[in-house]
Design a binder for this molecule. Structure first.
Ligand code: NDP
Length: 436
């Protein structure tokens, strides 16, 4: 860890994976000599660059951009771009490391990478967002390509930002290379279901976990955190499957509605108007109320918890409260939203099923891979067909995790199942390609 000093989130992500790999390393002692773990935890390439741009007051602003190309064992690097003031190298490395195993679990030909910038899009005008995206791409374009590295969105990067970046890539390369970015608009190479895919997929994964115990989502009470892309579509799918979603949050606070969150109103507020979640109460009224803090939503009694905001948002105390209130399924829509203490509590609690992000939120990147397939075929599939493919992929990921957990003597341990299944697929490919 000394060579990655000051990167606590990266340490946390690596430790979480290493903690579960004992049984597979026992079966393959040769992995030590082949330095498999060292190789996998060292990115193939890390790019850090200056992003200069001019704000609406005519002032020059400087941000720091990143792209960490972690593993190309299974295919071109694939993973989102995050624009948030908290972004630093350790955050991007943790996300890139997770992405390797997540992408492997989808069964699709995609490697792992991640990128972003410490740019804060909140409160910025459209013109400022465009200026930033164009400057960001002016450096990034030389490192990416449909066969090399294919970025997508993440926190702070949605359809608008992907559009500005794609426009600049096209201008710089003089190529309409649709497969270079995913999350594109529907009229210029995007895929139906991509905006919904991560949230829908998380709920489909939770549904598979429940089905394995002979139950389903119908009639369940669900706590969701966040109110961005992942959270809103997780709410939409949970409601479609008969559940009641009772909460939403953003970095400024949380709201609780015992009668069920009005997702259309929340969508308008957060995705269209880009306002604060607290305004939901004034707008919708009824029994809705603002909670004391974003984390307070974990103290409400629910059957299912879907953390969909950001890393380490659900700590040990929140996990204890959820367990005391009878939670049965926790599925991570965000990347590493549970602290290590919280995840350990859920995993060791009899009767609680815990779906880690690299399995539960893999629907987004899987649908990005479907977007790449459509781009390569110059085709565009219907919503129904694409959603059916997503559902099939989530079922397969669930099967892979639960069969692997069983094979290694830990039935129901989705963390161990996801880590070992993803690891095994990457390592097979990596070793076959020699010392690279
Ligand atoms: P968005 O930017 O669309 O939404 C993020 C949401 O989380 C916003 O509502 C944001 O609030 C909120 N949030 C951020 N920090 C906090 C905090 N400290 N406490 C409470 N809420 C907070 O991002 P996405 O929905 O795309 O991403 C959410 C998570 O899902 C991330 O972990 C991401 O890595 C993961 N993910 C996303 C995928 C995708 O396809 N987009 C794929 C797989 C994983 P505010 O508006 O105040 O910033």
């Amino acid at each position: 860890f000394a060579r990655n000093a000051g990167e606590p989130e990266f340490h946390q992500a690596v430790t979480e994976v290493l903690d579960t790999l004992g049984p597979v390393l026992d079966r393959h002692p040769e992995y030590f000599e082949l330095a498999v773990i060292h190789r996998l935890s060292e990115p193939e390439r890390q790019i850090i660059f200056r992003v200069p741009w001019v704000d609406d007051n005519g002032h020059v602003q400087i941000n720091r951009g990143y792209r960490v190309e972690f593993s190309s064992a299974l295919g071109p690097y694939k993973g989102g771009l995050r624009f948030h003031p908290s972004v630093n190298l350790g955050i991007i490395k943790f996300l890139g490391f997770e992405q390797i195993f997540k992408n492997a679990l989808t069964g699709m030909p995609i490697g792992g990478g991640k990128g972003g910038a410490d740019f804060d899009p909140r409160g910025r005008s459209d013109r400022e967002i465009m200026a930033f995206c164009q400057s960001f791409m002016t450096e990034l374009y030389r490192h990416i390509g449909e066969h090399t590295d294919v970025p997508a969105g993440d926190i702070g990067v949605g359809g608008r930002e992907i559009g500005y970046m794609f426009g600049q890539y096209k201008r710089l390369t003089n190529r309409f290379e649709a497969g270079v970015l995913t999350g594109k608009g529907m009229t210029w190479g995007g895929s139906l279901v991509r905006p919904e895919a991560t949230g829908y997929g998380t709920v489909l994964f939770a549904q598979e976990m429940l089905r394995a115990t002979g139950d389903d989502l119908d009639g369940k009470r669900v706590a969701v955190s966040g109110s961005g892309n992942v959270a809103i579509f997780a709410m939409e799918k949970a409601i479609a499957l008969g559940a009641t979603v009772v909460s939403a949050s953003d970095s400024s606070g949380a709201v609780y509605d015992p009668n069920g969150i009005d997702v259309e109103a929340l969508k308008q507020l957060k995705l269209v108007e880009r306002k604060r979640v607290g305004e939901y109460v004034d707008r919708v009224g009824g029994a809705s109320e603002a909670l004391a803090s974003a984390a307070a939503l974990w103290h409400v009694p629910v059957d299912i918890a879907l953390p969909c905001a950001t890393q380490n948002e659900l700590d040990g105390d929140a996990a204890a409260a959820l367990i005391a209130n009878g939670v049965r399924v926790v599925a991570e829509g965000a990347n590493m939203p549970c602290t290590k203490e919280a995840a350990d509590r859920f995993r060791s609690e009899p009767g609680v099923l815990f779906g880690p992000g690299k399995a539960a939120n893999a629907g987004g990147v899987a649908t990005s891979a479907l977007e790449m397939q459509q781009n390569a075929q110059r085709d565009s599939w219907s919503f129904e067909h694409t959603e059916a493919r997503l559902a099939e992929i989530m079922r397969d990921i669930h099967t892979r995790c639960s069969e692997t957990a069983e094979e290694y003597g830990k039935p129901g341990d989705y963390v161990l199942g996801a880590n070992i299944a993803g690891f095994s697929r990457v390592v097979d490919a990596m070793l076959a390609q020699g010392v690279v």
